[in-house]
Design a protein around this ligand. Structure first.
Ligand code: SIN
Length: 300
């Protein structure tokens, strides 16, 4: 599949299919599948689950709800925290046969600076993704919903690393293109979108919120057309590359995102159904052809 090879922020990738942060546990998969996972790794770069400064347990259960064509999660960023990640996970993730992108999220600028400096200083890490768009944690403000907040967050960390910074945008914003412009203006090397759409499923027996965290984020095929519209809007507003995602389940879906203006794509919810989905989607994209043509065209 050599002619699907691309560069993202100067980092060569063997193909354009990444995972969406938090939707594929490479360490658990390695435990389950052994070295076969490394030989047939489903993605062309691996994006970690978001790392926060302190360890987090995440939100109370229930954490998932299935909708027609989608899924709502209220996971709440459970993770080992920065030290647990650097000591426990990073050495294992360094064995993966693809570039590593580490997703980080800080509850204030000081936290974000510490995360970016520590993670960005590690040779095993190719790029960082700033998650400013998780709908499942209470920060007082969703940074990625606001251009000024996004500008300030990216400026606070830009000088803390020389590694490429990808800013993960929220679809829960009045104007995602304005937020993308703010991220680019503050020094982001790429943007990724979309994260999940905020939603609130009700328990059919009680009519009270089903999720332990009350609200969650909708993902899966149900959000694909929303994502395509936002990717096209952002592609018309910025020059930095776009990691497009939102309900991609086939090579044809991936090609849609490339036509809308994404440089590479990420697979999320589909990997829960089929852990090898990334590989299948890459193969379908290759079989469809038209990859180069679509990439050279102006975004739709
Ligand atoms: C979560 O852990 O709540 C999901 C991550 C995200 O939406 O950014």
């Amino acid at each position: 599949m050599s002619d699907l090879s691309v560069e993202l922020c100067g980092v060569p990738l063997r193909g354009p299919v990444l995972n969406a942060s938090g939707t594929f546990d490479a360490i658990a998969a390695r435990r389950a599948f052994g070295d076969a996972l490394l030989e047939r790794f489903p993605f062309d770069a691996f994006v970690t689950k978001t790392v926060t400064l302190a360890p987090r347990q995440g939100n109370p259960p229930p954490r998932l709800w299935e909708t027609p064509g989608g899924m709502v999660n209220s996971i709440g960023l459970p993770n080992k925290g920065l030290d647990g990640f650097l000591d426990g996970d990073l050495p294992q993730l360094a064995d993966l046969p693809v570039p590593l992108v580490v997703s980080v999220m800080g509850f204030d600028h000081t936290e974000l600076e510490r995360l970016v400096q520590a993670v960005g200083g590690r040779d095993e890490v190719a790029m960082l993704e700033l998650n400013v768009s998780c709908p499942n944690v209470e920060t007082g403000i969703l940074v990625g919903a606001d251009p000024a907040e996004t500008d300030a967050a990216v400026r606070a960390v830009r000088d803390r690393t020389t590694k490429p910074l990808i800013v993960k945008l929220s679809p829960n914003s009045v104007d995602p293109a304005a937020v993308a412009r703010a991220a680019e203006g503050a020094g982001a090397d790429a943007v990724s979108l979309i994260n999940t759409l905020k939603g609130m499923p009700l328990d059919p027996r009680t009519r009270a919120p089903w999720l332990g965290g009350r609200t969650g984020g909708l993902s899966g095929p149900a959000i694909r057309v929303v994502a395509l519209e936002q990717v096209a809007a952002v592609a018309g507003a910025v020059d930095v590359p776009i990691v497009g995602m939102g309900g991609i389940a086939s090579g044809s879906d991936a090609l849609d995102f490339l036509a809308a203006g994404a440089g590479v794509v990420a697979v999320g919810t589909e990997s829960f159904r089929d852990p090898s989905a990334g590989r299948r989607i890459g193969a379908e994209l290759f079989a469809l052809g038209g990859f180069e043509t679509v990439r050279k065209r102006q975004p739709v």
